[in-house]
Design a protein around this ligand. Structure first.
Ligand code: ATP
Ligand code: MG
Length: 572
């Protein structure tokens, strides 16, 4: 795969929109965006796309991007999510004080939103409906099915105001009434059929506590919050396409009443990021967490940013991937292997090479020398840290008369084209010696318990002075010096490419066994000093991230093989 930096920048139609606006002077050349997460879960890889679009466009045009929490639903939101979102954003590369001023909250605008709601009531553009919610949604009709006007649609202004104030004061039970905008019950867009602006909720809000008994809906809060902040380009995903009429309608009313402090913001929708074998719905990710199907939001299998971080994905590789796929208005599903190829490309440059044996098999050198006290000699072998970067230098790894190899790197009876260790075969131990298998020991069942080899002292460093060649180079870990560790290997968390598409339920495609935890792994000793959370390459096995909480656990980030290239070949 070519270097990420060589790849052309992909099309981003939102950039064209902004350029056109600037040319026409729509917002006086101003560009202001916002990233508006609801603090009801952790950020996932899909959010990374929105973050990238929102922050990078503002940056490119010398504008501003706010982080604004869309915290209008007290039932599902929590400050722990606020904190996690701020942390994950910083990890991805967007920090408070540098990329955005200070986090903003829709809940800070509750009073303003309330006053604007009263204004709409006073203008006869909103009314209290105390029908039950089933009736209200039944009356909304459907495509080709006319809407039915609420019997309360023409409630007198004074009565609406009185009821709304009493709603705010907490006089009524949850769900007993709502405030609705009086738009058009026959509008072809269902969102315009007298949408709900306020609901009654007795719940505690994570920031405003019990101050409020009524909460604005997404539609009433969102565009107005944009307007309060001076957002110019309100960028969101395609599912909000049908909300745009309403977004505009609310703002039109406020503009006509001379209430808008800035130019009227405009909503532009782009395609969601979807990845194969991946599910990005906060609600369903929460379900995985709550049902204990994963260890938490930051389980290394999760497509959350904190999961990807634990898994060892460099944040730069996520951003490079997003730049590569671009931004369009057509929904599609990108291959997870493409994202992984960016991860691999970046890790290849930065990850130090190390040796680890995941499924150990013991090998003994029968002609290895002993020292005067009768103990096996220990030699320090010098190994290159990263062939991609000479500045990373070398390290030494201890080598002695017994070492571990991968279980599969020896076969008593080799199949055709097997070039690794087998009786009579000579192989190279990476950076150490050539060894030739003489025989092996077995237990009573015939299971191989130990492989015996002879080494050639003249091949120190891994090269034969007589120029003879071997067909394979294997990794190894000195048995006397090995560090014990656990290594987690991962399969796709969802077996189907499009989870839930065939069955209608994503959880039908959930693979409970997508993690294989190997508990008897042997690491070269320097790995005990690897920084928590950092990623190394285990030679021949892939890239592995050291866990931050369980220091003797490593997670396989990605394998070494470029599966994306294979997919491309298959397609062509
Ligand atoms: P989810 O469906 O996962 O709960 P959401 O849209 O409800 O996501 P929000 O916190 O409301 O989550 O999203 C914040 C921003 O991120 C919104 O602008 C939303 O459009 C965007 N976003 C959410 N999911 C994706 C995705 N898969 N791809 C691109 N942008 C996304
Ligand atoms: Mg949402």
């Amino acid at each position: 795969m070519s270097d990420a930096d060589d790849r052309p920048t992909a099309a981003n139609f939102v950039r064209e929109v902004v350029l056109a606006d600037n040319e026409q002077g729509t917002f006086g050349g101003r560009v202001q965006t916002r990233f508006p997460p609801e603090p009801n879960g952790y950020l996932h890889i899909g959010h990374a796309k929105a973050i990238n679009v929102d922050f990078e466009l503002a940056k490119e045009f010398g504008g501003v991007c706010n982080l604004r929490f869309d915290d209008t639903n007290p039932d599902t939101e929590d400050t722990s999510y606020v904190d996690a979102i701020i942390d994950d954003l910083a990890w991805l590369g967007y920090s408070e004080g540098e990329d955005y001023a200070t986090p903003l909250y829709a809940s800070d605008y509750f009073e303003q939103l309330y006053r604007w709601a009263e204004l709409l009531i006073e203008q006869g553009k909103a009314y209290i409906d105390d029908q039950d919610s089933d009736t209200i949604s039944e009356q909304r009709g459907g495509y080709g099915k006319p809407g039915v006007e609420s019997p309360h649609r023409d409630r007198p202004v004074a009565e609406n105001l009185d009821l709304f104030r009493r709603m705010r004061a907490g006089e009524f039970a949850d769900n007993s009434m709502v405030l609705r905008a009086k738009v058009d019950m026959q509008h072809e867009n269902m969102q315009m059929r007298d949408p709900i602006m306020y609901r009654i909720r007795a719940s505690e809000h994570h920031r405003t506590g019990d101050t409020w008994k009524i909460y604005p809906t997404y539609d009433w809060a969102h565009g107005q919050s944009d307007a309060i902040e001076g957002v110019t380009h309100s960028l969101c995903t395609l599912e909000f396409d049908s909300h745009r009429d309403l977004y505009d309608w609310y703002l039109d009313q406020l503009r006509d009443a001379d209430e808008l402090p800035f130019e009227q913001p405009r909503q532009t929708e782009f395609a969601r990021l979807e990845l194969t074998h991946t599910m990005t719905s906060k609600r369903k990710l929460l379900q995985l967490v709550e049902e204990g199907k994963v260890e938490g939001w930051d389980d290394a299998r999760m497509p959350t940013l904190s999961g990807l971080r634990r898994r060892g994905f460099p944040p730069e590789s996520i951003r490079e991937f997003l730049e590569f796929i671009g931004v369009s208005r057509t929904n599609s599903r990108n291959e997870i292997e493409l994202l992984e190829s960016f991860v691999r490309t970046r890790l290849n440059k930065i990850a130090l090479r190390r040796m680890a044996v995941l499924r150990p098999r013991k090998v003994a050198i029968t002609n290895w020398p002993s020292d005067e006290a009768g103990n096996p000699v220990v030699e320090q072998m010098e190994l290159i840290n990263n062939p991609e970067n000479a500045d990373d230098g070398t390290r030494s790894a201890p080598f002695s008369g017994e070492f571990w190899i991968e279980h599969d790197d020896f076969r008593a009876e080799p199949p055709p084209k097997y070039y690794r260790l087998t009786p009579g075969r000579e192989i190279r131990l990476r950076g150490a010696y050539f060894v030739t298998c003489t025989d092996f020991d077995t237990d009573a069942d015939g299971t191989v318990t130990q492989v015996n080899v002879e080494y050639d002292p003249a091949t120190r460093g891994g090269n034969a002075p007589d120029g003879r060649k071997v067909k394979s180079t294997m990794h190894w870990v000195s048995a006397a010096h090995a560090v014990d560790a656990e290594v987690a290997l991962y399969d796709r968390m969802f077996t189907a490419e499009a989870p839930g598409e065939a069955t209608g339920d994503v959880f039908d495609d959930f693979d409970a066994d997508s993690r294989e935890l190997l508990t008897d792994c042997k690491l070269e000793p320097i790995l005990a000093d690897t920084a928590l959370g950092s990623v190394v390459q285990f030679e021949r096995l892939g890239y592995f991230a050291r866990d931050v909480d369980q220091p003797m656990r490593f997670h396989r980030t990605v394998g070494l093989r470029d599966e994306w290239a294979n997919i491309q070949k298959r397609k062509n």
